[in-house]
Design a protein around this ligand. Structure first.
Ligand code: ZN
Ligand code: ZN
Length: 134
């Protein structure tokens, strides 16, 4: 079985994912730009019951551009953004791929919210693209 491990910058929050992600998506929404401090975030959509977290995460209740409520989890010590939980999809958790220890298995297959993508962002292999969410 696939097992992926990761954590925050300071190491106080650690997690394990047992199983493969359901989807791997690049998100260009303006909220991902804010929380990542970058042009986009890379999101692994995973089954919540396959995730184990250790350490304390603070939470921010965000109304996403889609109108959905997202609980954005981050390390209360170093501020690393780790995951978000969409209220509309209770069994699902969205993991920030940049927090993985080993990035080598991450292969995005789609990009969403391209309407706010920076015009200079290009990927080596074309991704299925959505102007908004999907
Ligand atoms: Zn931390
Ligand atoms: Zn986003």
């Amino acid at each position: 079985m696939t097992e992926l491990k990761g954590g925050c910058l300071c190491g106080r929050v650690r997690y394990t994912l047992q199983g493969a992600p359901l989807a791997t998506t690049v998100c260009h929404c303006t909220h991902c730009q804010k929380i990542s401090g970058s042009a986009f975030s890379i999101n692994l959509v995973v089954q919540k019951d396959q995730m184990t977290f250790e350490g304390h995460m603070a939470s921010y209740r965000d109304t996403a551009e889609s109108g959905n409520i997202l609980h954005r989890r981050f390390c209360s010590n170093c501020g690393s953004s780790l995951a978000s939980e969409p209220e509309a999809r209770p069994g699902v958790l969205v993991l920030k791929a940049g927090t993985l220890d080993d990035y080598s298995t991450v292969k995005p297959t789609a990009q969403i919210w391209t309407r706010s993508a920076e015009p200079w962002v290009r990927f080596a292999e074309p991704l299925e693209s959505f102007e908004k969410g999907r």
